[in-house]
Design a binder for this molecule. Structure first.
Ligand code: HEC
Ligand code: HEC
Ligand code: HEC
Ligand code: HEC
Ligand code: HEC
Length: 313
């Protein structure tokens, strides 16, 4: 932490001007609404800024996976969350989460700061994440009912999901402050901590694979619609995922439609597969798939994978 009084004055003038504060809005998609200088936050909160620079929040727009998807579907709506500030390179910035309609939003606490703070108990809950981590496809007018593109918050409310807040798992304390790296899908150990996987031969020609939720606060996997778990044995694959097809909900208009969801949520998921009687390699892999060109999911490019289980049975 370094003091920067001159910079603070600039920030104060830009951010904290205004009259009586309305109740603080929680962080939300708001493309280019706040031109505030993020550099000032980074200049004082040096360690948190270093963490944030490694995070997918920072690279939400520049990240290669996002760019490939955006090239297929360059809908301006994507920018609401992935390029929330006037400089898209900032992705989801300090100011996106901390400067909504309030002074700097913070969770309850006693520490004094050289700038005004709006301390809100709500900011210390999943409300701080809700409006970006749960949202519908933008084509609701082409459907009978809107379809969730992501629904991590609804999953979080499932009675079988861990009751802790998002931050208690995703922003654990590091160097005395809440970790701002938000590591998840690229962190092998963290992904492995989500489920416990067992597999056994249930008969001469079948194997039984079971995935039980461990420390996880939503479905496994969650988030982006093409995340999946691949179970493979004897040359065939089973995918645990949200499954999509193409359907007409309004006559003449085909839309992507959800036809099934067999991810792990709230209880054990058991999959039985037929295999030859001789030794068979069984693998369970978490995959970050990208938009598949066939509804069966097999043609999708896999941008990243983490082994959860690999053994001969
Ligand atoms: C002049 C330096 C300076 C600038 C600029 C600055 N901060 Fe701070 N901020 C501090 C100090 C010092 C504290 C006291 C607590 C601490 O050390 O973290 C603080 C406290 C906070 C807290 C509350 C921590 C708690 O106790 O709960 C938050 C959140 C915060 N700042 C975010 C920001 C954001 C976001 C920006 C940019 C909009 C920003 N700050 C700009 C120096 C600064
Ligand atoms: C302004 C919108 C916004 C808010 C608010 C927000 N996020 Fe995100 N978050 C994103 C976007 C966009 C990405 C995806 C970045 C990418 O990979 O392109 C993301 C990525 C993540 C990731 C990394 C996922 C992965 O695949 O590894 C985690 C973890 C995460 N967010 C947790 C949180 C938590 C916890 C909160 C609340 C404290 C929160 N986010 C608030 C927009 C937001
Ligand atoms: C995705 C939303 C998000 C982004 C981006 C983000 N923060 Fe935070 N920040 C939070 C939340 C939520 C908390 C409260 C965490 C908790 O409940 O422990 C927090 C906590 C803090 C704290 C208090 C930490 C502590 O434990 O004392 C500071 C200071 C802070 N943020 C500064 C920043 C700065 C500076 C940046 C940019 C470099 C930034 N934040 C980016 C959501 C965000
Ligand atoms: C009890 C701990 C826990 C809680 C609570 C929790 N998560 Fe997670 N989260 C995890 C673990 C472990 C992973 C890694 C496994 C995975 O990738 O699904 C993860 C992964 C993610 C991912 C990456 C997507 C994926 O599946 O690859 C996102 C995004 C995310 N969490 C957001 C959230 C949000 C938003 C909340 C609050 C609504 C939340 N998490 C609550 C433990 C938790
Ligand atoms: C309301 C906020 C929001 C909107 C709008 C949005 N996204 Fe996202 N996006 C997220 C969040 C949150 C994540 C993180 C989930 C995860 O990592 O699994 C994410 C993750 C992704 C990922 C995975 C990135 C990675 O690095 O693994 C891709 C690809 C993506 N979004 C593409 C898009 C496209 C294309 C659009 C527009 C059609 C879009 N998103 C619109 C919030 C949003």
């Amino acid at each position: 932490m370094r003091g920067r009084p001159a910079m603070l004055l600039l920030v104060a003038a830009a951010l904290f001007a205004g009259g009586a504060a309305p109740p603080p809005a929680m962080p939300h998609p708001a493309p280019n609404a706040r031109a505030a200088d993020n550099t000032a936050c980074e200049g004082c909160h040096v360690e948190i800024a270093a963490e944030w620079r490694q995070s997918l929040h920072r690279s939400a727009f520049t990240d290669a996976t996002f760019q490939r998807a955006f090239a297929i579907d360059p809908d301006p709506f994507c920018r609401d969350c992935h390029a929330a500030e006037s400089d898209p390179k900032l992705g989801v910035a300090c100011v996106t989460c901390h400067v909504t309609n309030a002074d700097v939003l913070a969770m309850p606490g006693e520490r004094r700061a050289p700038h005004p703070l709006t301390r809100s108990p709500e900011f210390a809950t999943e409300a701080a994440c809700a409006r970006c981590h749960e949202f519908d496809f933008p084509d609701a007018h082409l459907r009978k009912a809107p379809l969730a593109m992501q629904r991590t918050l609804s999953e979080h409310r499932h009675p079988g999901a861990a009751r802790e807040t998002c931050a208690s798992c995703h922003m654990t304390k590091r160097g005395g402050h809440a970790d701002h790296r938000f590591a998840a899908s690229r962190d092998d150990a963290f992904v492995k901590s989500a489920v416990s996987v067992r597999a056994k031969r249930s008969s001469a020609t079948t194997i039984e694979v079971s995935l039980a939720p461990a420390r996880i606060g939503h479905a496994f996997p969650t988030g982006d619609l093409f995340r999946r778990v691949r179970i493979s044995a004897a040359g065939s694959n089973r995918y645990l995922a949200r499954h999509f097809g193409s359907r007409q909900e309004i006559p003449g208009v085909f839309v992507r439609s959800e036809i099934g969801d067999d991810r792990v949520l709230g209880g054990e998921r058991v999959v039985v597969m037929t295999v030859p009687p001789d030794k068979t390699r069984v693998r369970v892999v978490y995959e970050r798939a990208e938009a598949p060109s066939d509804p069966a999911f097999s043609s999708a490019r896999v941008a990243g994978a983490i082994d959860l289980f690999d053994a001969e049975l």
